[in-house]
Design a protein. Structure first.
Length: 364
């Protein structure tokens, strides 16, 4: 048996193998209610049915005025719990551990949903000037993250993942380039990580020791060493699991040449080395071939493999890794057709649809 097939402990939960489904948003599958539809349930169930060990449900907003799009999933009110419960039950029926990513757009909030607010008033994308959050607003949003985690637990999820990368609110707080505050939420690393630290502590107190708290964190912000210091704060606060991706933007970094994986995967391998077994660490980004997944696990470069494009193209990628089964390959399109605001016309999904007209991922 290859190592990727072996179970791993995350918090107090046992995940049956080392394959995880990364959170990937689908803004055209719901409406402004933020309610999960049956299509979401089948989408996640298909990945669990194919053998994926851990499912992370996509970015789910903690407040309607922090959404990336008017049609983003939400956990800001109790009425949304049952829709999420259907996802959790469907994944559990196939032996998967399932968590949900909780999220706030911060500066990236859609203008139809709320103001562009974050830790500081800065020039952001498209040269707009953002608004600085008051301390009262910080505390309110902190509590909304905790309340969303409580709803996630009521829905039957095994845990939550904080969306602390990709330039969203938690990432904005830890990034010294856009967090210019001089109070206890700005300045040194500990202060910039305080917002996330308080969220993690609050979730742990509210949801208990058996509820997974994961952070999708930065691999370099602006340096690899600073990303390690941020992760250390998360671990001290009580996270059980780190999934490493990109942030607002690193300084110029000399990446090793000749590696069989991307610089974002390299960030994750360096984080894995730094964390040194304190919590499991997952790597992500263009891990499309089963051989690369095995290489990373067999060589102790990561604890789990976070797959987005490969599992979006075909849920059976998990079977290909675990059982050497056939699968439809991701085409590595220049701009992924599963990306936010893109029409979901993935050519790999279209190939699946030709032999499976019931394919839930296909957008007619």
């Amino acid at each position: 048996m290859r190592k990727i097939n072996t179970p791993i402990k995350i918090g107090t939960k046992t995940v049956k193998n080392r394959i995880t489904f990364a959170p990937t948003v689908k803004f055209d599958w719901t409406d402004t209610s933020g309610m999960p539809t049956e299509r979401f349930v089948r989408h996640y169930e298909d990945r669990a049915k194919a053998g994926t060990g851990l499912i992370c449900v996509e970015a789910t907003c903690v407040t309607p005025d922090g959404r990336l799009a008017p049609s983003q999933l939400g956990l800001w009110e109790d009425a949304q719990i049952e829709g999420h419960a259907k996802i959790a039950r469907a994944c559990h029926n196939h032996g998967a551990v399932v968590i949900v990513q909780i999220h706030h757009g911060g500066y990236n909030t859609h203008p139809a949903c709320g103001p562009s607010k974050g830790p500081s008033a800065v020039e952001w994308r498209e040269h707009k000037i953002t608004q600085e959050m008051t301390k009262e607003e910080i505390i309110k949003i902190r509590d909304q993250f905790i309340e969303a985690a409580i709803r996630a637990q009521k829905a039957g999820y095994d845990g939550v993942q904080l969306h602390a990368c990709h330039s969203y609110l938690i990432n904005q707080f830890v990034c010294p380039r856009v967090n210019l505050r001089t109070d206890e939420y700005g300045g040194n690393t500990k202060n910039r990580a305080r917002f996330a630290y308080e969220i993690i502590r609050g979730i742990r107190q509210a949801c208990g020791k058996d509820f997974i708290i994961s952070a999708r964190t930065v691999g370099a912000e602006p340096t690899v060493e600073e990303a390690w210091a941020i992760a250390d704060e998360y671990i001290e606060a009580g996270v059980d699991y780190l999934q490493v991706s990109s942030g607002i933007g690193p300084e110029e970094i000399d990446y090793p040449e000749g590696l069989p994986y991307s610089h974002i995967v390299w960030y994750g391998t360096k984080m894995h080395e730094h964390v040194n077994g304190r919590v499991p660490v997952s790597v992500v980004h263009n891990i499309l071939e089963p051989e690369l997944a095995h290489y990373l696990i067999d060589n102790n470069l990561a604890d789990t493999i976070d797959s987005a494009r490969a599992l979006l193209a075909d849920p059976n990628w998990a079977k290909a890794v675990l059982e050497d089964a056939g699968f439809v390959k991701c085409r590595s399109c220049k701009i992924c057709f599963w990306s936010p605001f893109m029409p979901h016309k993935c050519p790999a999904v279209a190939e699946r649809y030709r032999t499976d007209p019931d394919c839930v991922d296909y957008s007619k």
